[in-house]
Design a protein around this ligand. Structure first.
Ligand code: UDP
Ligand code: MG
Length: 321
C-alpha cells in the first residue's frame, strides 16, 4: 500500500498538537491510508516538543524533529520533507486550519496519477482588512515575478515522491515552498478548501515577520526592484537633459546667476535616488552573501521516531540525539 507522509510544522503549538495528531490518525485510519506524521518543532518555547514525544509514544506513526532554534516555517517544511518516507508527502498546518478531509481528497487525486496536488483557498478565513490588502499586494508582486498565479496559493500541498526529491535537490537557502512547488512543474491539479478558523493558540506571524518574509521572497524571486533602479536612473537622466538645456540657454543669454532653488532641489532629489538605489542593490548583495555562505537551512537538535509496529513495544518511543 502506498504510504502518505504528512509534514506538520509546529511553532509554539502546544494547544493544538495532540488534537492535530489524533484527528489525522482517526481520519487516515478510517480511510485505510498508511501514513507517517512528521511534526517539526521549529524551536518552540512552550511544551510543543514534549507533546510531540507524547504523540510519538501513543502512535508509532509519529516522527518528531526538533530544531535547535526557530528557523521559520519554510525550513520546517523542508526538514519534514527530507525525513518523509512515504511514496507521497503532504504539507499542512498543525493548527488544523487546513481541513484533514481535504487531505484525503488530495491523496485520492494522487492515486489517480497526479504528482502535485495543490490546495487553493476558496476563502481566506477571518483576517483584518490591512492584512488582506498587504497579502494581496504581496501575491501580486510574487505572481508577476514567478509567472504563477499565487493569489489563492497556500502551503497545503501533496506531492509525489519524484516531486519531493526534485524539491529537495534545489540548493538555495532561501526556499519559498509555495513558489518552488509550482515551479518544479509535474502533472498537477488543485483542490479548493475553506481556511478553517484557528481553534486554539494564535497566529505565529507578527506584522514584522510578515514584512520580512515578503521582502525576502520578493528579492529571492524577482529582480524587478533592481530594474526600478535603472528606471529611476532614466528619469534623472531625462531631467538632466531638460535642465541642462535650460541652463545653457540662460548662460549664453547672460542670466546665469539665478537658480539656487533648482540646485538645492536637484541635490536632494539625486541624493535620495542614489541612496535608495544603493539600498536596493545592497539588499540583493546581502541575499547573495547569505546564499554564498552556504549554511544549512536548519539544524536538527533532536529526533524521535515512534516505535515501528514490528518493534513490539509500541508504548516505548525511541529518542535519538
Ligand atoms: N510555523 C512555524 N514556524 C514559524 C511560524 C509558524 O513552523 O516560525 C507554523 C505554525 O506552527 C503553523 C503554521 O506554521 O503550523 C502556520 O502558522 P500560523 O497558523 O501561525 O499562520 P496563519 O495560519 O495565521 O497564517
Ligand atoms: Mg494558522
Amino acid at each position: 500500500m502506498a504510504k502518505l507522509s504528512v509534514v506538520l510544522p509546529a511553532y509554539n503549538e502546544e494547544a493544538m498538537l495532540l488534537k492535530a495528531a489524533e484527528t489525522l490518525k482517526e481520519i487516515l485510519e478510517k480511510e485505510k491510508i498508511e501514513y507517517q506524521l512528521i511534526f517539526v518543532d521549529d524551536g518552540s518555547r512552550d511544551q510543543t516538543w514534549s507533546l510531540i514525544t507524547e504523540a510519538a509514544r501513543r502512535d508509532s506513526h509519529v516522527t518528531g524533529i526538533h530544531f535547535s532554534r526557530n528557523f521559520g516555517k519554510e525550513a520546517a517544511i523542508f526538514a519534514g520533507l527530507a525525513n518523509a518516507e512515504g511514496d507521497c508527502a503532504a504539507v499542512m498546518d498543525c493548527d488544523l486550519q487546513h481541513p484533514p478531509q481535504t487531505l484525503v481528497q488530495m491523496y485520492r487525486l494522487w492515486q489517480e496519477g497526479y504528482e502535485v496536488v495543490e490546495g487553493v483557498k476558496r476563502t481566506r478565513g477571518k483576517e483584518s482588512a490591512i492584512h488582506r490588502a498587504s497579502a494581496g499586494l504581496f501575491y501580486k508582486i510574487m505572481s508577476s515575478a514567478t509567472k504563477i498565479d499565487m493569489s489563492r496559493a497556500s502551503d497545503f500541498k501533496l506531492m509525489d515522491r519524484r516531486a519531493v526529491d526534485s524539491l529537495l535537490e534545489m540548493p538555495e537557502r532561501n526556499a519559498f515552498f509555495r513558489a518552488m512547488s509550482s515551479w518544479i512543474g509535474f502533472r498537477s491539479t488543485t483542490v479548493e478548501f475553506d481556511v478553517q478558523e484557528r481553534e486554539a493558540g494564535e497566529s505565529k506571524w507578527s506584522t514584522r515577520s510578515l514584512i520580512r518574509y515578503a521582502l525576502t521572497n520578493i528579492v529571492g524571486y524577482s529582480s524587478a526592484p533592481m530594474q526600478m533602479v535603472t528606471g529611476a536612473g532614466a528619469v534623472v537622466f531625462l531631467m538632466a537633459v531638460v535642465l541642462g538645456i535650460q541652463t545653457l540657454v540662460k548662460y549664453f543669454s547672460g542670466h546665469a546667476v539665478e537658480g539656487f532653488t533648482t540646485v538645492i532641489l536637484l541635490l536632494l532629489f539625486i541624493g535620495s535616488v542614489i541612496m535608495i538605489s544603493l539600498g536596493i542593490i545592497g539588499y540583493y548583495i546581502s541575499r547573495i552573501y547569505e546564499e554564498v555562505k552556504g549554511r544549512p537551512r536548519y539544524i536538527i537538535s533532536r529526533k524521535i521516531q515512534g516505535e515501528t509496529l514490528s518493534g513490539r513495544t509500541p508504548e516505548k518511543a525511541q529518542e535519538k540525539s
